[in-house]
Each structure stands twice: as C-alpha cells, then as structure tokens.
Unconditional design. Structure first.
Length: 464
C-alpha cells in the first residue's frame, strides 16, 4: 500500500474517532450529569467558593502565635593602632597598625502571641460569615445549573415542536395547493384560489426554514453546558402529568422561600459580615496587648575580652494604645456604617423580590395548568373547525382562505399545547428553586417521562 493510501486511511480513522466522540444522544439526566462535570459557570463557582473558604484559615492565623527565626553572619576587618616595645626608638616604644579579620555569628528565634486584639477576633468571626455566604452562593449556583439544563433541554424540544408544526402546516398547504390546482384545471375554482394557496405555501415554507434554523441553534446551548456536541436528545412523553402545586397554599410557599432561599441566605450572611466590619473599625480605638519571647545566641571571632559565645533570653508584654491616627479610625467606622446600611437595604430588596417572585410563580403555575388543559381542548376544537371548513369548501359555502386559516389555527394550537407544557415545567422548577428545594432528584423525576421513542435529532444541511 502506498504512503498516500496509508495517510488517507489514517485520516479516515481519526475522523471516525472524533465523530464518535462528538455525536452523542442523551437523555435529560445524562445531559445534567455531563453538565455537572463540564459546565464552566459551575466550575468557576466552585473555585470561588474554595478561595473564599480560605479566609477562615487566614483570620484564625492572626489569632495564633507566630514564630520566626533568623541567622546572621558578619565578616569584619578591623585595623587599630597598637603600642609595641621597640628598643631603637626614643622612649623604647612605638605605635604600629594592627589588622584583624574575624567573623561574628548570630541566630535568634522569636515567638509573638496576640493577647488582646478585638479587631482580629471580630475579623475571625466575620470570616465565618464570608464562608457561609460563599457556601450559599455555591448552592444557589448548583440549583441554577439544574434549571439551566432543564430550560435548555426543553427549549430544544419546544423548537422541535415548532418545526414539526411548521412542517405539518407546509405539507398540508402543499396538498391543498395540489387539490386547488386540480380543481382549477377542470374549471371548478377561480385562479384566485390557486394564488391564495400558492402564497400560503410560500409563507409556510419560510416558516419551516426559520424553525429549522432555530432548532439548530438550540442544540448549541448544550455545547456550552456539557463541553460536548450532542446531536440527539430524548423527547417528553405525552403522559407527562400537569398538576397544581402542592401544597395549594401560597403563604406556605412564601414562608418556605423566606426560610430556605439561597440568595436570601447569602444576603443575610452578607449583612452579618457588614456588622462585623463595623465592629472591626470601632476596634481601632481600643488598645492591643502582645506577648513576645526571644532567644538568641551570638559568637564573635574578635580577639578581645568580649569575644566568645553569648546567650540572650528576653520576654516582653507590649501594650499599644492608639492615641491619634489622623482621624482615620473614625472615617473607617463611618464607612463601615454606610456599608452596613447598604447591606441592609440590599437584604430588604432581596427579601421583597423573593416574596414577589414566589407569589408570581405560584400564580403562574396555576395558570399553566389551566392553560395546558385549555390548549388540549383547543386542539380538538380546531380540528373540528377545520373538518367543518373543509366540508364547507367542498360544497361551496367556504372559500380557500377559510380553509387555510383553519389549518393555521390547528397547527398553532398543537404547538401552543406543547409550549404550555414546557412553560409549566420551567415555572415549576423556578418555584422550587426560589424556595430552596430544587435538587438533582427533580431532574431524575422528570427523566422518568423522557423517552427515546420521542427523540429529537439536530437538523443538518444534509437532512433538510
């Protein structure tokens, strides 16, 4: 086999391998599990939580003793005059410069322990609030991932239902156009019916093209979530139940949201952290007490009565009283007080928003249930109306425009029914999220009604 053939075969094998990795059919649960491992937004939230969790260790370290050690060596060259005996000089003595080279060595160890420093203690207490806030934010992000997975998944199914309705409408209009053309050829209808049917067919064809483009786009959101190309997902079973929220008590849902909503929990810890900031700032007016223990050894190589090895032990208790800091402490206290007021206002806003959203979602779900049931009856009514209009057209009491409009209403009703079910699922998940009860179990419960027989495949240029 020639080299070019080997290269071609290798290229085909590599392409097949990457295609096998890229093309993936998945259920709702499988998409969620992939998103847990690969979603960059959740990964960033996890990293942020781990970073903020370190503030506890850092704040605790400021309360614990610290030990430091140092070693110093010094080389010295010393030149000094020295009187020496000299029999040839007047007086019998002379002065000569003597040079001495020697090394001094010293090492020391020091232990420092804060004895009284309220600012450090309050900072340690604040670090616990910061960690708790980060934990609540991470939990909120985990819940948000559950909703994003479900929202994107059902957006694909909704886009497919829109496409299916558009195709069904186009095919129905096409058949109607063929029938009208045949009737026109034998002189049973006017040319206006043919023109009306042709215009309706062209419009429905555009609708199919737009729906295909929207369906392709919705699949791309799964790439961002999972990091993989998913070309097929399973569909929602017709037997999916649409029920009113339990308990049927709006105030119970509001109470649950106020107690468990993670956004509100995070805001509450942020408020407590701001209170600690005020305490830290005010502590700048208070004295601090620190204990210090030092041990050192030194050795000198100089030739003198002070040379040799020396040991030093010392212990100290230091009281530091801030008398005047240029009014910086007062300014920092005012700033912290304003930050506390800001945190309180944000907490109140978050609380009111959560109450409002909970009531709105509870009401929306009740509306969704009624809407789904009404849409189902609307399909039956639209089908009956279409049958009657087609019969009227056959006998000459209705025109082609009436038939086309009746067909559009039927296909619109079918899509609206499917869309209403998806909106019901979204609102239900949002309500659970806002009361803090949304969990992976909700994904797996939904997945019981996700069936492969209703699978949706991404439209490609070769299959359009």
């Amino acid at each position: 086999m020639r080299l070019s053939q080997h290269l071609t075969l290798a290229t085909l094998l590599i392409s097949a391998l990457f295609s096998a990795q890229a093309v993936l059919a998945a259920s709702l649960a499988e998409v969620y599990e992939l998103a847990i491992e690969n979603d960059p937004q959740l990964a960033a939230a996890r990293a942020g939580y781990k970073a903020q969790r370190e503030v506890i260790s850092q704040a605790r370290a400021r309360l614990l003793p610290s030990v430091s050690a140092s070693v110093t060596t010094t080389q010295t060259k010393r030149t000094s005059p020295e009187i020496v005996e000299d029999g040839t000089s007047p007086g019998g003595f002379t002065v000569e410069n003597q040079t001495q080279n020697f090394n001094d060595h010293r090492w020391s160890a020091q232990l420092n322990q804060p004895v009284f420093d309220l600012s450090r203690w309050f900072a340690f207490q604040q670090s616990k609030e910061i960690e708790a806030q980060a934990s609540a934010n991470l939990a909120a992000e985990q819940q948000e991932l559950i909703f994003r997975v479900a929202d994107n998944y059902f957006s694909i199914l909704e886009a497919q239902d829109r496409l299916s309705a558009a195709i069904a409408e186009r095919d129905a209009v096409k058949r109607q156009l063929e029938q009208v053309q045949q009737r026109f050829d034998v002189g049973l209808v006017a040319i206006t019916d043919v023109l009306e049917s042709t215009a309706a067919f062209d419009t429905s064809t555009v609708g199919v093209i737009e729906a295909e483009g929207a369906q392709v786009i919705t699949f791309e959101t799964l790439v961002r979530l999972t990091g993989q190309i998913i070309d097929e997902i399973d569909g929602l079973a017709e037997a999916f139940p649409v029920e009113y929220p339990e308990p049927r008590d709006e105030e119970a849902w509001v109470d649950g949201a106020l107690a468990n909503n993670y956004e509100l929990v995070a805001a509450r810890h942020s408020l407590e952290s701001a209170r600690r900031d005020v305490q830290i700032a005010k502590s700048g007016h208070l004295p601090t007490v620190n204990a210090n223990v030092t041990y050192s050894e030194s050795e000198s190589g100089a030739s003198s009565i002070f040379s040799g090895q020396t040991e030093t032990h010392s212990a100290a208790l230091t009281l530091n009283v801030p008398v005047f800091t240029g009014l910086a402490t007062r300014s920092q206290t005012r700033e912290a007080s304003f930050r506390l007021d800001q945190a309180q206002r944000n907490f109140d806003l978050t609380r009111r928003t959560i109450v409002e959203n909970t009531r709105n979602l509870y009401s929306a779900i009740n509306t969704d249930v009624a809407r789904v049931r009404a849409r189902l009856r609307g399909i039956e009514s639209s089908q009956s109306a279409l049958d009657a209009t087609q019969t009227g057209y056959e006998v000459g009491t209705r025109n082609i425009v009436d038939v086309l409009l009746a067909q559009q209403r039927l296909f619109a009703a079918q899509f609206q029914f499917a869309s209403a079910r998806y909106q019901y699922i979204r609102d239900t998940l949002r309500l659970k999220q806002i009361v803090g009860t949304l969990s992976p179990e909700d994904i797996y419960d939904l997945n019981q009604f996700i069936i492969a027989s209703e699978s949706v495949e991404k439209i490609t240029p070769t299959t359009r």
